[in-house]
Design a protein around this ligand. Structure first.
Ligand SMILES: Nc1ncnc2c1ncn2[C@@H]1O[C@H](COP(=O)(O)OP(=O)(O)OP(=O)(O)O)[C@@H](O)[C@H]1O
Ligand SMILES: [Mg+2]
Length: 577
């Protein structure tokens, strides 16, 4: 019922939990003071010895008790809030740090929907665990013992009866827990699936609309929501049923205790004061445990959420290299590199040399593994075998920070909501406006942006208020600002207009010829790779042909065939001259 690891990990938050327990205990003591004053008054009335001045005193004591209770309850609520807030910040920081350590390969471990759930609701559930459940857990142990100590003073036998009945509640909790674990596992599984589906459908809304598949998507969502509803109802009914059982135990326990006490009263083994005190406090005996029962389900959710978070925190971290790359031009040598996704081989024994400052192209049919190479080079895919050396240093030994500084990918660049300037500054945080403007001119974007507000133009998420070509040129400008030694361009001209394509391809060539940058170009448009120093043709995960455009045309094999076919198609597209 307690998670030791969680407590150890969040040691700093535990102090608020301890404070919360102390305040709650003092609130109980205040309650006993009030009840004591009332019991004394009743006892005096019974014995007909009540005097007005004493009644006034009893009243003052009772009021002090009530004020004490309100005061300590408030302190307890504050401590509970502090504990929650502290846990949330600490836990989110732990998850975030882990993400940073996992680096760009985090998606190999966890889906985005899962991560969002974990960071959001998962952490909120831990908050309840710390802020409410833990405090109540300890308090539920201390409170009956405290009350026992008081009541045993008046009559041992009936106090013992109450004390013996109390553990019945945790026994019920333990039984429920076993069932709950199974249901909660299912609950979280369905919950994550629902999150995944929802995110997917929202992202693909336009596509779904275009293909008129939105109705089917709606039905899918409805099915999954129904599954979620049904499992939620199971969780809720389990919680309600167990609450009823706990109520029955609590009230029956109090009833048995009172019955025994009455018998003792008839036998004159307990004073009137003791009997009244007992009557008023017997339900208090069970209340904390009963309350624990209702927090317990929230606690269970919290513990389950903690399990999920731990699983993520424990996931194996890539071997982080420490070596760094200097500013000299970078030469990349692949030697017998293979890569597999979930056991399915995609690349097989690839060896290729990418000279420093050279421009090489990787071409091949769709699905042959071109983007996989790009991802390996950016450490998004880490589990390669064979050797990849950057100026003689093995890729796995190079720190991610240094690698990402020196290697920039342009293909799937994301445009963030914010101004053009905000987006450009990501490439070079210290660049001044003049430099930003200059780089926009280089990619021929300045004239188009000028009318919209220049550097201050506000971009929407994903840059959707730019055209595809403008977006790509902006991404390219940002990449240029970064001043990297290696540029990986994965289909940099897909889905863009011929004018933008020409601008980008000219720049790519300039980057390698005039600026000594190493360029790796991945393109299905063979017209773009013609000027490369070397072209590698991938087929079935292996390099089947390599050489300059002319050499590959001369041997007249697959590359030449692909090239001629594309040429043919383009001519056809232009009107077949
Ligand atoms: N994350 C992944 N998990 C499992 N398999 C994957 C993953 N990414 C790619 N693959 C598979 O690996 C193979 C190579 O994919 P890759 O994206 O490298 O191809 P590509 O040559 O870039 O294709 P394209 O020209 O269409 O972009 C494909 O068969 C693809 O289905
Ligand atoms: Mg690809």
């Amino acid at each position: 019922m307690l998670k030791v690891r969680l407590l150890k990990m969040l040691k700093g938050s535990v102090k608020y939990v301890v404070l919360g327990i102390i305040w709650q205990w003092l609130s109980l003591v205040s309650q006993v003071v009030t009840v004591g004053a009332v019991a004394l008054a009743i006892s005096d009335i019974y014995h007909q010895t009540l005097e007005l001045s004493v009644l006034g005193l009893y009243l003052v004591v009772a009021v002090v008790g009530v004020i004490g209770r309100v005061f300590f309850d408030k302190l307890q609520a504050d401590a509970s809030f502090e504990a929650s807030a502290d846990v949330k910040t600490r836990m989110r920081a732990l998850i975030y740090e882990k993400l940073l350590r996992l680096g760009s390969s985090y998606r190999e471990k966890v889906s985005t929907a899962q991560l969002t759930q974990m960071m959001g609701e998962g952490v909120e559930q831990l908050e309840i665990y710390f802020g409410k459940y833990l405090i109540q857990f300890v308090y539920a142990l201390i409170a009956p013992v405290t009350l026992f100590a008081i009541l045993a003073f008046f009559n041992m036998k009936s106090a013992m009866v109450l004390l013996v009945c109390v553990p019945a509640i945790p026994i019920v909790i333990a039984i429920v827990m076993n069932v709950a674990r199974i249901i909660l596992d299912k609950y979280f599984k369905v919950y994550y699936e629902l999150g995944d589906t929802f995110l997917e459908k929202v992202r693909g809304m336009t596509t779904l609309k275009i293909y008129r598949a939105d109705e089917q998507a709606e039905r899918d969502m409805a099915d999954e929501s129904e599954k979620f509803r049904s499992v939620s109802m199971k969780v809720l009914s389990m919680q309600l049923n167990s609450t009823i059982v706990m109520d029955v135990i609590a009230y029956c326990g109090a009833a048995v205790g009172i019955a025994v006490m009455l018998e003792e009263f008839l036998n004159q083994n307990i004073t009137v004061f003791g009997a009244v005190l007992f009557l008023l406090l017997s339900v208090e005996f069970f209340l904390p445990m009963r309350q624990l029962g209702s927090y317990f389900h929230m606690g269970m959710n919290g513990m389950k959420a903690a399990d999920n978070i731990f699983e993520f925190l424990d996931s194996r971290e890539p071997n982080h290299g420490k070596s760094t790359l200097d500013d000299s031009p970078i030469r990349i040598a692949f030697n017998g590199v293979s890569y597999a996704y979930d056991g399915k081989k995609v690349l097989e024994n690839i060896s290729m040399l990418i000279p420093a400052g050279g421009m090489v192209s990787i071409v091949g049919k769709s699905g042959v593994g071109k983007s996989t190479i790009a991802k390996i080079l950016r450490k998004q895919n880490r589990a390669y075998s064979g050797s990849i050396k950057f100026n003689g240093k093995e890729l796995s030994s190079i720190s991610e920070e240094s690698l990402l500084e020196k290697v920039t990918a342009v293909g799937d660049s994301y445009i963030f909501p914010g101004t053009v300037k905000d987006n450009l500054l990501l490439g070079s945080p210290k660049a001044n406006d003049k430099r930003l403007k200059n780089v926009l001119m280089i990619v021929n974007l300045w004239n188009e942006l000028k009318e919209k507000g220049g550097l201050g133009f506000q971009l929407t998420e994903g840059g959707t208020n730019l055209s595809g070509g403008q977006r790509q040129r902006l991404a390219f400008a940002r990449a240029l600002l970064k001043n990297s030694s290696v540029y990986i361009l994965d289909e940099p001209t897909s889905n863009i207009d011929p004018e933008s394509e020409k601008i980008i391809m000219n720049l790519v060539e300039k980057l390698s010829r005039d600026m000594g940058r190493t360029i790796i170009l991945i393109s299905h448009r063979l017209a773009n790779v013609v000027h490369s120093d070397k072209i590698f043709l991938l087929s079935k995960g292996e390099i089947s042909e390599q050489g300059t455009h002319q050499e590959l045309m001369n041997i007249n094999m697959e590359y030449a065939k692909l090239y001629n076919r594309q040429k043919e198609l383009e001519r056809f597209g232009k009107g077949g001259q």
